[in-house]
Design a protein around this ligand. Structure first.
Ligand code: SF4
Ligand code: SF4
Length: 81
């Protein structure tokens, strides 16, 4: 999963770009639900939120490192919902 850091300026542009509806407004800044973020695997070649974020505040979450295979399994599980 990716994670939004506290450098987020709440510009709102990433939320509608997420194909998994993983991004939502949290208490102070936008947040990514790690159970829904596939790093865009299954949908796009590049993470769409990273592509649009004007302040580059969406790195990989070091506490949720996942392989491409794991991300693809997550994508398939989400599609089956
Ligand atoms: Fe959503 Fe893709 Fe960003 Fe993950 S990487 S939060 S799936 S847009
Ligand atoms: Fe925050 Fe970046 Fe999303 Fe804008 S695009 S709301 S700065 S994470």
């Amino acid at each position: 999963s990716l994670i939004i850091t506290d450098e987020c300026i709440n510009c709102d542009v990433c939320e509608p770009e997420c194909p998994n509806d993983a991004i939502s407004m949290g208490d102070e800044i936008y947040e990514i639900d790690p159970d829904r973020c596939t790093e865009c695997v299954g949908h796009f070649d590049e993470p769409q939120c990273v592509e649009v974020c004007p302040v580059d505040c969406i790195p990989n979450d070091p506490d949720r490192v996942e392989s491409k295979d794991e991300l693809m399994l997550k994508y398939e599980a989400l599609m089956a919902e």
